[in-house]
Design a protein around this ligand. Structure first.
Ligand SMILES: [Zn+2]
Length: 187
């Protein structure tokens, strides 16, 4: 799945309970963080027509950030920096794994490549995960899942007076919530 879907899923899960904004940010980011290993695409594209192309995307995407060790590092970081430590760390661990599941079911490349997930990297290449039924990154089930999560997020925005924008800007968040309340009435 694409990072925007992971972001929305993470924020929605973070809002199933009542934790402070700082924790909601940490949990949400834990759901997107694995895809940092996709940033190698910049180097890969920039060096595309050179004799020494860097294959950082092809080699490291779905590897460096998509494994249990990374999940545990993120969980520990949320435990350290969160206020509701145990609950938020648990949620971070959960959204991290929802990210992996989302990728397993819906991240097939246009070329058919499955981007297998080496769950025990870098310690072992056992449990390298891939699912036969995996659909493409831009296939309809991903749009359906994202639309459903977007609907839930919109409801939560109205009901709980905060939106996914709170991750980036408290002002933009308040503006969106006020707009929704004008449009649909107060919760
Ligand atoms: Zn991913």
């Amino acid at each position: 799945m694409n990072p925007a879907s992971h972001f929305l899923i993470g924020w929605t899960i973070a809002n199933t309970v009542d934790i402070p904004r700082r924790d909601r940010i940490l949990v949400t980011l834990s759901g997107v963080a694995p895809d940092i290993d996709g940033l190698g695409i910049i180097a890969e594209v920039l060096t595309e027509n050179t004799t020494a192309q860097l294959l950082w995307y092809s080699q490291y995407h779905h590897v460096l950030g998509h494994n249990l060790l990374m999940g545990m590092i993120l969980t520990a970081a949320v435990w350290v920096f969160g206020r509701r430590r145990w609950l938020s760390a648990f949620l971070a661990f959960l959204v991290f794994h929802l990210h992996l599941i989302g990728d397993l079911i819906g991240s097939r490349g246009p070329d058919g490549y499955q981007w297998p997930i080496p769950y025990l990297f870098p310690f072992s290449n056992k449990w390298t995960l891939a699912w036969q039924g995996q659909w493409e990154l831009n296939a309809w089930p991903n749009f359906l899942i994202t639309s459903i999560v977007l609907g839930i997020a919109a409801y939560l925005t109205w009901k709980r007076c905060r939106s996914p924008l709170e991750i980036f800007s408290k002002r933009a968040d308040s503006a969106l919530v006020a707009r929704m309340h004008r449009r649909f009435g107060a919760p």
